[in-house]
Design a protein around this ligand. Sequence first.
Ligand SMILES: NS(=O)(=O)c1ccc(NC(=O)NCCO)cc1
Ligand SMILES: [Zn+2]
Length: 246
Amino acid sequence: HGWFYDCDREARWHENYPLAKGDNQSPIEISSKDARYDTCLSPWHASYDPGAAKTILNNGRTCRVVFDDTFDRSVLRGGPLSGAYRLRQLHLHWGSSDDHGSEHVVDGVKYAAELHMVHWNPKHGNFAGALKQSDGVAVVGIFLKVSEIDNIKTKGKEAPFQHFDPSILFPKSRDYWTYHGSFTTPPCEECITWILLREPIEVSADQMAKLRSLSKNGENEPVNPLVDNWRPPQPVKGRIVRASFK
Ligand SMILES: NS(=O)(=O)c1ccc(NC(=O)NCCO)cc1
Ligand SMILES: [Zn+2]
């Protein structure tokens, strides 16, 4: 099935993807005052191998960097997780202007973009198996705000992207919120332990402009800017958001 972001279309995802109306959907609005400080939450740790980075891809819906996840080469552990989760890919969601674009919203604040680092639990054999488990996937979400990318302009374009250590993207603070949610794109499986970092990282206006210069269309097709690839917040439905900080 093809699915699209524009608002009225997102409201119809459930017609083909029933999970989209589940009780543990993502993203959500984070209310920092309602989050509960949990002293039992331990710090998370990433040990990434820059050699695991393979390619950067415009798939017509986002800009994605894929990593070799055939063994425990780049893993995330600790925090709310038990065991080591393998880094499979990272991608972003962004807006058509700096005042929106993130998927999660924090105390009413929408960031210009949100970076997702997607990891899966190898105890479930493979990524497809992990999607069916509530502890199958862990996504680190990092907000991008604007203080101040070329040959993958159109859909389907791919280029080597090697010797890149994604942990350089982590902000100084390791403070995070965590809650159980879903993929923010169809089929919207509810298999994700979200780890949302409180401190945004800064990118330049030029870097945002580079993201916004990507196109949904293929080469030699009418230009269709790849912007606003974010899902709006979904009902929290009584879920508890835990904070690793006071
Ligand atoms: N935005 S999100 O919830 O982090 C997300 C992550 C992975 C996917 N899908 C995915 O990784 N598909 C398999 C190819 O790696 C969809 C949405
Ligand atoms: Zn995402």
